[in-house]
Design a protein around this ligand. Structure first.
Ligand SMILES: Cc1cc2nc3c(=O)[nH]c(=O)nc-3n(C[C@H](O)[C@H](O)[C@H](O)COP(=O)(O)OP(=O)(O)OC[C@H]3O[C@@H](n4cnc5c(N)ncnc54)[C@H](O)[C@@H]3O)c2cc1C
Length: 273
């Protein structure tokens, strides 16, 4: 695919305008243009009297190599980078022990999902409840001021921010396209497709609840397991390595691979308990 950057169009452009600007930029005819998709759409508002949409487009043509060579001096016409997510490993047929993820907020959710996709059948623990139950508890606090210390706006399936409008932009440079994997998974779970290309994507108020449920279902389908109301109170650390954990009900889980995804600066809430 060929990536075209800095394509400018009027705010109210019609459907054909994109196709036309691609053909004129690459100097190709309609039959040479096989397909295209919007990679990013931003706004150029530097001139208040002439605000424009700024597109980055990935184009499939019949003559990719020839065109790339013809426009080799043009920085706005380049080969589309490979953005596919590369799994770092694949689980062996026989799993010696299952990895454990503590916390089922955004971090734990993606750790769990990627481990499940690699075949590792993770066990995921969260101190809070599943998201529908958690929603009831959170609304009960907002309306009646009854606080459930384990199930609230901070704790439970989906983590902090589950009851927000899900703004997805950050200042992080994403040279390895990890963010793309996150956005792709969100779209699979029901987020609007435009999050893939608008410059300041957001999912929309309360959509996260259904999406989190779908992602949980994907993890379970791949052999993962999510245990709610499972607060980790202690970690067994041997020679500087975490070897196991103890839950608030006294149950112990032993694993060589335990990931802490309990939110920023919260590790001490387990270790120093
Ligand atoms: C109201 C609100 C709105 C927000 N809106 C946005 C937004 O629009 N866009 C954005 O990018 N960010 C937003 N954020 C910030 C965002 O939610 C956080 O950056 C993000 O949730 C951090 O993810 P995390 O998985 O690291 O931690 P968390 O989301 O905090 O998840 C940690 C999970 O670990 C569990 N846990 C904690 N301790 C234990 C334990 N001992 N045992 C077992 N489980 C445990 C918790 O129950 C929780 O589910 C918002 C935050 C809030 C509070």
């Amino acid at each position: 695919m060929i990536r075209l950057t800095n394509l400018k169009l009027a705010l109210d452009h019609n459907e054909d305008a994109l196709k036309n600007i691609i053909m004129s930029t690459l100097k190709i005819r309609g039959e040479q243009l096989l397909d295209f998709s919007v990679f990013r759409r931003g706004i150029d508002a530097r001139k208040k009297s002439n605000i424009l949409l700024l597109y980055t487009i990935d184009v499939k043509t019949t003559d990719e190599e020839a065109l790339l060579s013809k426009f080799s001096d043009n920085q706005s016409i380049r080969l589309t980078p490979d953005m596919a997510y590369k799994f770092v490993s694949k689980a062996p047929q026989e799993l010696a022990s299952r990895p454990v993820v503590i916390g089922f907020g955004p971090c734990g959710l993606f750790v769990g999902l990627v481990l499940a996709q690699m075949g590792f059948k993770p066990i995921i623990l969260d101190r809070g409840k599943e998201v529908r139950e958690r929603t009831k508890d959170t609304f009960s606090f907002w309306r009646k001021r009854t606080l459930n210390t384990e199930s609230n706006v901070q704790f439970g399936e989906g983590g902090a921010g589950t009851f927000s409008d899900g703004k997805l932009y950050s200042q992080v440079k994403d040279k390895k396209h990890y963010g793309r994997k996150v956005l792709d998974e969100f779209v699979k779970a029901g987020a609007p497709e435009e999050i893939l290309y608008v410059s300041k994507p957001h999912i929309g108020t309360f959509k996260l609840v259904t999406m989190v449920e779908k992602m949980r279902a994907m993890i379970i389908e791949l052999g993962g397991e999510i245990r709610f109301s499972a607060r980790v109170d202690d970690l067994d650390i041997v020679d500087g390595k975490i070897k196991g954990l103890t839950l608030s009900n006294g149950d112990k889980i032993i694993s060589d691979h335990i990931a802490l995804a309990i939110g920023q600066d919260r590790a001490s809430t387990i270790i120093n308990r």
